[in-house]
Design a protein around this ligand. Structure first.
Ligand code: 0K2
Ligand code: SF4
Length: 421
């Protein structure tokens, strides 16, 4: 790879000119002959600059020197067909130094061949696809704004994309105008939220995943037969809040075997358990064992509450984790199922990192990592995984192998309000 002077042309995508404290990262390089060179690793450079505290924009950069050129630096791939570049304003020496440092950090791990082991299944599950489609259809049928209570799924990109299309995400129903359309997120809501919406005359479209709805039904059934319901899950998570709300006086929440050892119940002969749908299968089993040790008459759900998608993504990661030097999990920080994947890889002894996008990848994670395991949580769009593969491919020769542990074909029908006729 070689350094080449670069200067900025009219920026694309509305990104502004470089200015002191604001660097432009190239989405494309314009070659001397006017050819456009893609910059598939632009997110990597962008992320490194932002971690250094530099504000960035994105745009086109023209290779070469000329009057009014912004100080820029480009690194070209050996075949000269793609690049990595950024430019700072002429009076921004700190920006220039930051660009140099960020490029150097990525060049230090570029070159050696790597393998990407892709876990399959990964990324969107049937419940997430349905929930996103609910919002998209509501926007089509009823027009913007469509209010969505909480994040429709726990993913930054999904929320940003739907926001750009007219969805308005709210934490409570208070800001929703009377009579407006409101979508309930995939994670489900407590009955009192349904009641509050009805009192306000809101037009509710419920995007709760049917597999979460199943757990709510079990909570009602177990409570109705007089059991104390032990819900295994994480305090404060929206799904847990919703399930707890079905029988709040009869439900207790536990997260660990230690919690299970301490939990108080009215009658040890009448105890049942339920779980959050996105727990680690092995960790939940340990909590159930601890409960059963105390309450031998413990009863559980008819079929596992941890859903097929959670289980499949954990199994698929299990099939690659031991062969990877490091694991990248695409998902947002508040995504329970994505965080469980990171923890699973770590429990197996492989360093693992949660990334919202390729921009979160740090060069030091790839130093000496000949094999990178890659997966994505159930709420992370597949396009983000593709972008990670493209970025890694820019760093050097890349073999991509997918290991498929099972194939998913499940689809859920849409709620009647948005179902195509
Ligand atoms: O894993 P989480 O429950 O935090 O939720 P998301 O990341 O939004 O994934 C989709 C699952 C939604 C319901 O189970
Ligand atoms: Fe439904 Fe499971 Fe997807 Fe949650 S992770 S939305 S429970 S399929």
């Amino acid at each position: 790879m070689s350094d080449t002077a670069a200067h900025r042309t009219a920026p694309a995508h509305g990104a502004g000119r470089p200015e002191p404290g604001r660097v432009v990262v190239a989405d494309r390089l314009i070659g001397p002959g006017g050819a456009h060179l893609p910059c598939p690793a632009a997110d990597l450079l962008d992320g490194e600059l932002r971690r250094a505290g530099v504000a960035t924009g994105r745009g086109d950069l023209r290779l070469g020197r000329g009057a009014g050129a912004a100080p820029g630096l480009a690194v070209l791939a050996p075949d000269g067909r793609s690049g990595l570049a950024a430019a700072a304003a002429p009076d921004d020496p700190a920006g220039v130094r930051a660009v140099r440092a960020a490029l150097a950090a990525w060049r230090a791990v570029a070159g050696p061949p790597r393998t990407v082991l892709l876990a399959a299944p990964r990324s969107f599950c049937a419940g997430v696809e349905r929930a996103i489609e609910v919002v998209e259809r509501a926007l089509e049928l009823r027009g913007a704004p469509v209010y969505v209570r909480k994040q429709i799924v726990h993913n930054t990109r999904v929320v940003a994309d739907l926001t750009a299309r007219g969805a308005v995400f709210v934490d409570t129903l208070d800001p929703v105008p009377d009579g407006a359309t409101v979508v309930f997120s995939a994670h489900g809501v407590a009955p009192d939220v349904h009641a509050a919406a009805a009192r306000r005359g809101l037009r509710v479209i419920d995007a709760t995943c049917p597999l979460v709805t199943k757990v709510h039904a079990e909570a009602r059934r177990f409570a109705a037969r007089g059991d104390t319901v032990v819900l295994i899950g994480h305090a404060g998570h929206e799904e847990v809040e919703g399930t707890l709300g079905e029988a709040p006086d009869r439900t207790v929440l536990v997260a660990t075997p230690e919690d299970a050892a301490r939990v108080e119940v009215a009658d040890p002969e009448r105890v049942s358990y339920l779980t959050q749908t996105t727990l680690a299968v092995d960790e939940a089993a340990a909590v159930v064992d601890a409960l059963r040790a105390r309450f031998p008459a413990l009863r559980g759900p008819g079929s596992d509450d941890i859903c097929y998608a959670t289980t499949n993504r954990q199994d698929a990661l299990g099939a690659i984790a031991d062969d990877a030097d490091t694991v990248l999990v695409v998902g947002s920080a508040n995504s329970s199922n994505s965080v469980r994947l990171v923890e699973l890889a770590e429990r197996r002894g492989t360093p693992a990192h949660l990334i919202d996008s390729a921009a979160d990848i740090r060069p030091e994670w790839l130093a000496g990592a000949a094999t990178v395991g890659l997966t994505a949580g159930a709420s992370a769009p597949p396009v983000l995984v593709d972008a990670v593969v493209a970025a890694l491919g820019w760093l050097g020769p890349l073999d991509v192998h997918e290991r498929t542990t099972t194939r998913e074909t499940l689809r859920f029908t849409l709620p009647p309000a948005v179902r195509p006729s």
